[in-house]
Design a protein around this ligand. Structure first.
Ligand code: GTR
Length: 433
């Protein structure tokens, strides 16, 4: 059955069962903890004048907001940082029981050096490629290694550093397919999409000392000892890694590089949003349970706060971000402006009911506030005013759902993303729909 129809039917079922209340009602009792706040206006210049034309937005206000995020939140990517060479180290026609073409590509992140390497794993639907078509692709980083997304024994394993607890006691040698529930590869291929992924630790190991062990030392300025206050943190470096993967995808004839949806879960959802903000080649962005520093509004201080995230993960953001510990109101930006940077390209934000740490309601409000920019750019934007009931995806140019359950990325989430991508990547959908 068509995915869109399936969602429509499940919406009808929920309605008939009387479960059609906006999810915001569920969060209302907790809203008392949120102090009053005033968000910066994405459509207003610092001198108080307003953005009046598309050109004002694209050429003046958007770059200004991007720079504020670089300087105060994620940090700046060093000038000229770019991977130049790659090598296709594996190509298998007929992987996954004949369903897929599998490719593995080594992308050399520092020109002229054998390390570090971004190991990109790509699965493409074999029948579509054989029909001489190039395919749209979902591109996202993974937490623990390419071999954990599927138990395909052809996926190379690379001994790497992990953040403590990531393998939860499983020996590395037995970790094939360990995270496969988050990666429904066959469902993705069945719907005519490809999937590309790489381990975030290939760029920067996700640990407090990660910045000295990944890409950073290869691109530091001469004589530079310490990270400057506005130098890139791990999230910016991971996002940059996604752009290096995109450089490869642009040259792969089996891929439709005009239809690459960048996605990620949680810390990698924050990364996907920042990647799409920095690199406009990404045609779509999907942030699953991205929370603080992702889609959630920082000024709400609900769940994870700026101080909490900087103290637990000092390597994720630039050092300047620490200036806003407990001072969120002083930030020149908030996260609705991150979503606005992606406009007019389609963006989808998803939350989970019990994921209070990521502030589901704050993630939703971010969509609503960014919607002003999507509307200003004459797209359909977001088609609702309140949080949809649980498990009911709502989307036009912007999409949102809050899934029942906890912090995770499930088949339910994937079905919504596939549906969203099908809508926007189909020829029938007009440019601004
Ligand atoms: C948590 C962190 C969140 C989120 C999450 C994840 O510990 O506080 O910001 O990123 O990890 O990545 O799973």
């Amino acid at each position: 059955m068509d995915l869109g129809l399936r969602f429509w039917l499940s919406g009808l079922k929920n309605f008939l069962l009387g479960r059609s209340k906006p999810a915001s009602m569920y969060y209302r009792p907790l809203e008392g903890n949120v102090q009053e706040y005033k968000l910066p206006d994405p459509l207003e210049f610092p001198d108080g004048s307003t953005v009046k034309t598309r050109g004002d937005w694209m050429e003046r206000r958007r770059p200004e907001i991007l720079e504020m995020f670089e300087e105060n939140v994620y940090g700046k990517v060093p000038e000229g940082a770019r991977a130049r060479d790659h090598e296709i180290v594996d190509k298998k026609d007929g992987a996954l029981d004949g369903l897929a073409i599998r490719k593995q590509v080594s992308i050399f992140l520092a020109p002229g050096k054998p390390q570090p390497i971004l190991n990109l794993l790509i699965y493409l639907p074999r029948d579509v490629v054989k029909a001489k078509k190039n395919v749209p692709v979902f591109l996202g980083l993974n937490f623990v290694g390419n071999h954990t997304i599927n138990d395909d024994t052809g996926i190379f394993m690379h001994e790497k550093y992990f953040p403590e607890g990531m393998l939860r006691g499983t020996p590395y040698s037995q970790s094939r397919g360990l995270r496969s529930w988050r990666w429904p590869v066959t469902s993705i291929l069945d719907q005519g999409f490809g999937l590309a992924t790489a381990f975030c630790g290939d760029v920067v190991p996700d640990r407090k000392d990660g910045l000295s062990r990944g890409i950073h030392p290869h691109y530091c300025r001469e004589g530079q000892g310490q990270r400057e206050p506005d130098d890139w943190g791990a999230i910016a470096a991971w996002a940059w890694g996604l752009s290096q993967a995109m450089n490869y995808l642009e040259g792969d004839g089996d891929v439709d590089a005009t239809k690459v949806a960048v996605f990620g879960h949680s810390r990698l959802g924050k990364t996907a949003l920042w990647a799409a903000a920095m690199d406009q080649r990404f045609a779509m962005a999907i942030a699953n349970d991205s929370g603080c520093g992702g889609a959630a509004l920082s000024r709400r201080r609900f769940g994870e706060t700026v101080r909490a995230i900087n103290e637990s993960f000092p390597h994720w953001f630039c050092k300047n971000f620490r200036e806003y510990n407990g001072r969120e109101d002083a930030l020149p930006v908030d996260q609705h402006m991150l979503l606005a940077l992606i406009a007019p390209r389609p963006v989808y934000v998803a939350s989970a009911q019990k994921d209070f740490w990521a502030d589901p309601h704050g993630e939703f409000l971010s969509v609503l506030h960014a919607n002003r920019v999507y509307k200003f750019l004459e797209t359909t934007g977001f088609p609702a005013k309140d949080m949809p009931p649980f498990n009911q995806p709502v989307f036009a140019r912007m999409g949102y759902h809050v899934r029942r359950g906890r912090h995770d990325m499930t088949l339910f989430d994937w079905k919504a993303y596939i549906s969203f991508a099908r809508k926007h990547f189909s020829k029938k959908t007009t440019k601004n729909a």
